[in-house]
Design a protein around this ligand. Structure first.
Ligand SMILES: Cc1ncc(COP(=O)(O)OP(=O)(O)O)c(N)n1
Ligand SMILES: Cc1nc(C(=O)O)sc1CCOP(=O)(O)O
Length: 535
């Protein structure tokens, strides 16, 4: 190593390039790519050579260091302590089967940076105990760059959240690695955080830069999104600026109803066979424009149209379409309402919910007590098919607030009283009628009304002239439209049930659709029963 008596160099891990010469596009040399990437804003480089002989590896390491020094960017060496020492690199990165951290520390000068790969919380605990400087957490997604197919090698977003929770209270830095592209970067940064807000310090990529014909532009885009992300503390926990009172939420809900009628947002729904027609009719009645489209092939086109997306996996079909729709919605900053119907009922549903939530960031998760309990991994409320057993949670406000913080979105717990939280504020809605639980698909319709209001609110926010912030996944406040969606359905249910012509569930459903279409801002203002608690 070059300097042994000085303090460790400060490393900015924001955009961490791990090299991979085998991925260079035809006609581009390694040094061209490296220099362009540095110009684009790469903040740290790791030389990773999996097949080079020692002499070639050393020569590449020296070349890399010579170029990176001009940009004041530190260089680390993958696996090989001898190459790090001989080349004068700033440190090394080791994996779980490489030189153990403690041995590496002994061999390297005290100011050497040592990074360790971690796939699970046991790895993280050992790396903390061993005094690692930073961790590479992954693989976040599948990747073609390296074989990560063995079981447990892809912790995904949820596993990375667990690893970051272990890092809370430490100064050890961390980057996510594996399958990260500009298109999923905001989602990665948003999702990879502990419930108390311990997030990533950066992201590491190989192919997004090395395989790009324009590495400078690739690096610039990554750097821009990272710095935009870092500029807003605790952004991911809440999209909202809390309103001052219950009256303010009711007024905003009334305003949002007008907005739905004016903008008529496209409400793209991948929902279950039992409720498709009534959910489409509920959307139309409110003033939105429904499209029920589940094929994976059409998601790129649909996601470009502003509005809202509902993903309801009630009959657990079309998972490919759901994965694609959510990813594309995140790319296009469209709100996603996720309704994990009956998620507690089978292992397949639980696994599917995890798969979906690993692939994209939900804006709103809505469910009954059993569904919310299953997503939150609580055993307090059991499920029977798609219904909950018993009266619900002892402390529903804490359940929704905690899950909203963990999943970094709005959570709606539906029931006799509906609870809605962004992780800070909890809003209770006491409107509704018992007939809602006597027709099939009223919960699914709630997902639809919420998606309709979220779609309109995001369209309104997107119209604001402010520059697009690449760190956001959805523009605008999504707590108020979630409240508005709950109020619209529950108030309409009260008005439908009060009709003389409604004799039971059979006549209630068409009356409910009618009342959704007849709902006015004034009715919302005069009928809403809500309370607001902010931390
Ligand atoms: C930043 C970062 N994170 C993880 C890795 C993977 O390292 P390792 O487990 O040693 O696997 P190989 O890179 O040797 O295949 C990394 N290199 N960088
Ligand atoms: C080098 C490496 N390590 C990983 C791990 O999970 O430890 S994934 C990975 C490859 C990352 O390449 P790309 O950015 O092209 O997906």
């Amino acid at each position: 190593m070059t300097v042994t008596s000085q303090a460790k160099p400060h490393v900015d891990y924001s955009v961490y390039l791990v090299t991979g010469r085998e991925l260079l596009p035809r006609g581009k040399t390694y040094t061209e790519c490296l220099e362009e990437a540095l110009k684009g804003g790469v903040t740290v480089v790791q030389v990773r050579e999996k097949t080079a002989e020692t002499g070639e590896f050393l020569s590449i390491a020296r070349q890399t260091i010579e170029i990176c020094r001009r940009y004041n960017v530190p260089v680390l060496i993958n696996d090989r302590i001898d190459i790090a020492l001989a080349s004068g690199a700033d440190g090394i990165h080791v994996g779980q089967t490489d030189m153990p951290l403690a041995e590496a520390r002994k061999l390297l000068p005290p100011n050497a940076i040592i990074g360790v790969s971690c796939n699970n919380i046991e790895h993280v605990k050992a790396a903390i105990a061993g005094g690692a400087d930073y961790l590479g957490l992954g693989s976040i997604f599948p990747t073609n760059t390296k074989d990560v197919t063995e079981p447990g090698r892809i912790p995904g977003i949820s596993g990375t959240q667990d690893m970051l929770a272990v890092l809370e209270g430490t100064t050890i830095q961390s980057v996510a690695i594996g399958g990260i592209k500009i298109d999923n970067l905001a989602r990665v940064l948003h999702g990879c955080s502990s419930p108390n807000g311990h997030g990533l310090d950066g992201i590491a990529v190989v192919s997004e830069i090395m395989a790009s014909p324009e590495p400078r532009i690739a690096a610039e885009r990554l750097a821009k999104t990272c710095s935009s992300w870092k500029s807003v503390p605790r952004r991911p926990v809440s999209f909202t600026t809390p309103l001052s009172s219950a009256v303010a939420y009711v007024r905003r809900s009334a305003e949002l109803l007008e907005l739905v009628r004016t903008l008529s947002p496209l409400v793209h729904q991948i929902t279950n066979n039992v409720v498709k027609t009534q959910s489409a009719n509920a959307t139309l009645a409110l003033g939105g424009s429904p499209i029920m489209a589940a094929a994976a092939e059409e998601q790129v086109d649909l996601a470009r149209i502003p509005g809202g997306l509902l993903i309801n996996f009630g009959t657990v079909e079309d998972v490919g379409g759901m994965l694609a729709a959510g990813r594309e919605a995140n790319k296009n900053r469209k709100p996603i309402v996720f309704d994990p119907v009956g998620v507690g009922a089978t292992a397949h549903r639980r696994a599917t919910a995890t798969r979906l939530l690993d692939a994209w960031q939900a804006t709103v998760i809505k469910g009954n007590a059993a569904e919310i309990g299953a997503v939150a991994k609580l055993e307090e409320v059991a499920s029977k098919g798609v219904d909950s057993v018993g009266s619900g949670f002892k402390d529903p406000a804490t359940v929704v607030r905690t899950l909203a913080r963990k999943q970094r979105c709005i959570v709606i717990l539906s029931g006799h009283i509906d609870y809605i939280s962004d992780g800070d504020t909890v809003i209770q809605v006491s409107n509704g009628h018992p007939l809602l639980s006597q027709i099939t698909g009223s919960g699914c319709m709630l997902g639809t009304t919420v998606a309709t209001f979220c779609g309109a609110a995001s369209m309104e926010a997107e119209k604001e002239p402010s520059e697009t912030d690449p760190g956001t996944l959805v523009k605008g406040d999504m707590l108020s439209p979630a409240v508005a969606g709950v109020l619209a359905l529950t108030i309409a249910s009260e008005r439908a049930a009060a009709r003389d012509t409604v004799l039971g569930p059979g006549s209630f459903l068409p009356a409910l659709i009618d009342e959704l279409s007849l709902l006015t801002p004034d009715t919302i203002e005069s009928s809403a029963k809500i309370t607001v608690n902010t931390l």
